[in-house]
Design a protein around this ligand. Structure first.
Ligand code: DGL
Length: 268
């Protein structure tokens, strides 16, 4: 398949969380069309097996490739952690993933080479961030922590809530004890907790938002491959989901930071 600059960027995630990446892309690349796929019927992926996640990931990538996207972005850290090779093996168009973007962001941010990574249990168990960082900078020290309660707390909208603050203090205690100078928010949901996490981590710790890092990497790749959309009109955004659960609209709009329209339900 020949990638065409006028085609849309395909972005996918296990559910609504990847809308944080879409939001960063909309801000950084305001003339690009985007087709988003969120597997809202099967979320969460963060506690599932590698085999199951790989199987779901393949189905979603194939769906988006049929829509003639010019680039695939794996917005879900969990999918990127365990199944990015599945996508790269089948895709005729370039593939970017949040873990590589977050790893590069951490390398750029760290001053003392002491980096904390937080994410879902599957992402942390995969060690994917450590591998990605060490591929570029082998001497960076990595301290990881799974934070499984953050996803439901964010979906509950408890972004600045005593329960979330207490949970964050508990989760971050071991990584902060390692005197980290940088912490990667290695999950689609965590950018919404940025102010609270910054407060808990303290001003001496730089937070790397993998959604923003992803948007930067996308802009650089489109420029390098001459794939940036030359149109200067209003872009087209389409959202495909596998279910419309209760509160989908409210939660989706919280992640996207704007009204969520053009939502299509896919049954397969
Ligand atoms: N999108 C997932 C991630 O970034 C979080 C939600 C889930 O567990 O599916 O890891």
């Amino acid at each position: 398949m020949q990638a065409n600059p006028g085609n849309a960027i395909g972005v996918f995630d296990s559910g609504v969380g990847g809308l944080t990446v879409v939001r960063a892309l909309m801000e950084r690349l305001p003339f690009e069309d985007i087709i988003y796929f969120g597997d809202t019927a099967r979320v969460p992926y963060g506690v599932k097996s590698v085999e199951t996640i790989s199987h779901y990931t393949r189905e979603i990538a194939e769906f988006l490739l049929q829509k003639q996207v010019k680039l695939l972005i794996i917005a879900c850290n969990t999918m990127a952690a365990v199944a990015s090779q599945v996508v790269k093996d089948l895709s005729p168009v370039p593939v970017l993933d949040v873990i590589d973007a977050g790893a590069l962001g951490a390398i750029a941010a760290t001053s003392r080479r002491q980096v904390g990574i937080i994410g879902t249990p599957t992402t942390i168990n995969s060690n994917a961030y450590a591998r990605a960082i060490h591929q570029y900078e082998p001497d960076v020290r990595i301290f990881s922590q799974a934070c499984p309660l953050f996803v439901p707390l964010v979906e509950e909208g408890w972004l600045d809530h005593p329960v979330t603050r207490l949970t964050a203090q508990e989760y971050l205690k071991p990584v902060l004890a390692q005197d980290i100078d940088t912490m990667v928010l290695g999950c689609t949901h965590y950018p919404l907790l940025k102010p609270l996490l910054q407060e808990v981590a303290g001003s001496g710790v730089k937070l790397v938002d993998s959604a923003e890092a992803m948007a930067e990497e996308t802009a650089a790749l489109l420029a390098e491959l001459n794939l940036a959309n030359p149109q200067r009109s209003q872009p087209d955004y389409q959202f495909y989901v596998t279910d419309v659960p209760l509160r989908f609209q409210t939660i989706g709009e919280r992640f996207l930071g704007r009204t969520l329209s053009n939502v299509h339900v896919v049954k397969w």
